[in-house]
Design a binder for this molecule. Structure first.
Ligand SMILES: [Zn+2]
Ligand SMILES: [Zn+2]
Length: 96
């Protein structure tokens, strides 16, 4: 039950494209992203802890759900928290 503003924010995150493809693998204009909610950080962050991930990096064998968070973070040598930071930076705002 997202409000209109929340929906716009979610669209902006999705439009960034997959954060692993673009930030870690350096693939420009990466695949269309699905939104992954990192519940783990939900309590400590002001903004919705959401990562844009392509289907492969989200649900695929090499993805967050396929590998599990710990293996995923090891595989790409970055934590979900850092990825969330990159998302905020890409959105170009210090979210309130
Ligand atoms: Zn990807
Ligand atoms: Zn997910």
């Amino acid at each position: 039950m997202a409000t209109k503003n929340e929906k716009i924010a979610l669209n902006q995150i999705a439009e960034l494209g997959c954060i692993i493809c673009s930030e870690i693998l350096g693939i420009e204009g990466g695949s269309a992203a699905e939104l992954h909610h990192c519940r783990r950080y939900g309590a400590v962050r002001a903004t919705s802890p959401i990562l844009p991930l392509c289907p492969e990096h989200h649900r695929g064998n090499i993805g967050l759900h396929g590998l599990g968070v710990k293996r995923f973070e090891r595989e790409y040598k970055i934590s979900c928290e850092e990825l969330l930071e990159r998302v905020s930076q890409k959105l170009g705002k210090d979210d309130k």
